[in-house]
Design a protein around this ligand. Structure first.
Ligand SMILES: [Ca+2]
Length: 157
């Protein structure tokens, strides 16, 4: 009988712990978690949107969600793994102050992966796209009203 009780206790502890892990670290379905940032990511590759609509209409549906901010080489590689070679908006722009590129989610840090000669934005190329043309995994300044695929990032819920 004592043995059975011990077994029951162990089983309850296991269920409780498993439930906790799921609750503490979960991303919504269709989102992928990156353990280094503990954030969730989703690549939207069905309908292209302009930079602002992608951000305001789609990414913001998730609490504290925004276009992806790429803050390290590791995060850049992780994002590449999800989007492959598709041209994709990232959350970097100089819309607020010309030639000062900032992340839309407010994250800071100096990591940049511009293609050679970029950011080249003499006119209205004020938003950053990843994978433009042959510049795989690198970033290029591009007109914000172009409609292309995009990636969102949000904290785990
Ligand atoms: Ca980020």
């Amino acid at each position: 009988m004592a043995c059975l009780l011990e077994l029951l206790k162990a089983l309850l502890l296991y269920i409780f712990t498993a439930a906790n892990i799921v609750n503490q670290n979960s991303c919504p379905s269709n989102w992928t978690q990156f353990h280094k940032t503990n954030h969730c990511y989703r690549f939207y590759n069905e309908t292209g949107l302009n930079w602002n609509d992608a951000r305001k209409q789609i990414c913001s549906q998730q609490p504290s969600g925004d276009l992806v901010s790429i803050n390290s080489k590791e995060e850049n590689q992780f994002v590449m793994g999800l989007i492959g070679s598709k041209e994709t908006w990232i959350g970097l722009s100089d819309l607020i102050t010309k030639n000062t590129w900032v992340w839309s989610d407010g994250s800071e840090g100096d990591y940049r992966n511009w293609a050679s000669g970029e950011p080249y934005s003499p006119y209205n190329q004020d938003c950053a796209v990843m994978n433009f043309g042959t510049e795989k995994s690198q970033w290029v300044a591009y007109p914000c009203d172009e409609q292309i695929y995009f990636m969102c990032e949000a904290p785990v819920v």
